[in-house]
Design a protein around this ligand. Structure first.
Ligand SMILES: Nc1ncnc2c1ncn2[C@@H]1O[C@H](COP(=O)(O)OP(=O)(O)OP(=O)(O)O)[C@@H](O)[C@H]1O
Length: 305
């Protein structure tokens, strides 16, 4: 088991969780260009589309094991949706992908997380560097309410420790707000407080704040669950526009949303005495129209959860 100390350091792993079983994974041969829309450039700092992969990932809070050997490939430039009933470990899994899991004191994990083939938990890898490449948007929009729209976007850079001159900041603010689908609505009031925007606009502002850092991956934890249907649609349009620019992993309880926005899907399931595992993962269309596992069929058709 890999122990994470409170500073984000990682101690040695024992062989207790050595891989014994390969769980279903998204086919690695999917064509990333298929998600590239109209041939737009990759938005990430590395200038190309980058994939994310977990290998036999297990996680604990204290003695409570919440994830069991989760192996999954999240294809570059595509949207992967994580679905499953409440408590099956989706958010925990997502938080492991950008080293936020270790912010909980009792948190532990085993297994590997590979960003573009490199282990984000390798000794010496700084959590802040990982979080600059793997951004996160949360369930509730959390802009700084008193800070201007402009400064909210720029704050992403400051939080990530990225220095940028005034011209570069202005360019990033416009680009990020444009990519987040908010520029046209706020371009004439960039100095107004972020808190004065509607809930849906605030969520797109938070997306812009994440994009300003030019991450390779954007994690979204139920980004529309606090939004009305119109705002939800705008955020979904934003996700569709971002497809092909960066790799997106989204947790959602909304099956229609998973079907609308994602190209790949992973169905997680836990029981009262077994930790969360992936039951089935693959192209979204297959999971929804021709699932291999009866539990997947029952879940996506609303028969439980
Ligand atoms: N900070 C924490 N400390 C202790 N246990 C936690 C913590 N966060 C989550 N858990 C536990 O881990 C398990 C997985 O929770 P998690 O939030 O990852 O599930 P989820 O599938 O995202 O659920 P939901 O869909 O309701 O958000 C649950 O049993 C939960 O109680």
């Amino acid at each position: 088991m890999t122990e994470i100390d409170e500073h984000g350091g990682v101690a040695t792993a024992s062989s207790a969780d050595a891989p014994t079983q390969q769980l279903p994974a998204v086919a690695p041969d999917q064509d990333p260009a298929a998600g590239a829309g109209s041939g737009v450039a990759a938005a990430g700092r590395s200038g190309r589309l980058v994939g994310l992969q977990t290998q036999d990932l297990s996680a604990w809070f204290g003695d409570h094991k919440v994830l069991e050997r989760v192996s999954l490939s999240m294809a570059p430039g595509e949207v992967t949706a994580l679905i499953g009933p409440s408590g099956c470990g989706k958010s925990t899994y997502l938080r492991i992908l950008n080293r936020m899991h270790e912010m909980v004191k009792s948190a532990q994990l085993a297994g590997r997380v590979l960003l573009d083939g490199d282990d984000i938990y390798a000794p010496g890898r700084r959590p802040a560097d990982v979080r600059a490449r793997v951004g996160m948007v949360f369930q509730r929009p959390n802009p700084f309410p008193a800070m201007s729209i402009y400064d909210n976007v720029v704050s992403g850079l400051k939080l990530a420790g990225i220095k940028a001159g005034r011209a570069r900041r202005e360019e990033l603010v416009e680009t990020s707000l444009t990519q987040a689908g908010l520029w046209a609505e706020v371009r004439n009031r960039l100095r107004s407080p972020g808190g004065a925007l509607s809930g849906g606009q605030q969520q797109r502002l938070c997306i812009a704040r994440s994009l300003a850092v030019e991450p390779d991956v954007l994690l979204m934890d139920e980004p529309c669950s606090a939004l009305d249907p119109t705002s939800t649609r705008r955020v979904e349009e934003t996700i569709a526009d971002l497809r092909g620019r960066l790799t997106i992993v989204i947790v959602t309880h909304n099956m229609q949303q998973a079907a609308r926005v994602s190209q790949n899907c992973a169905f997680f399931l836990a029981t009262h005495d077994t930790p969360g595992r992936i039951v089935e993962a693959g192209p979204t269309r297959q999971l929804f129209e021709d699932p291999r596992d009866e539990r997947t069929s029952d879940y996506v058709n609303g028969r439980f959860g």
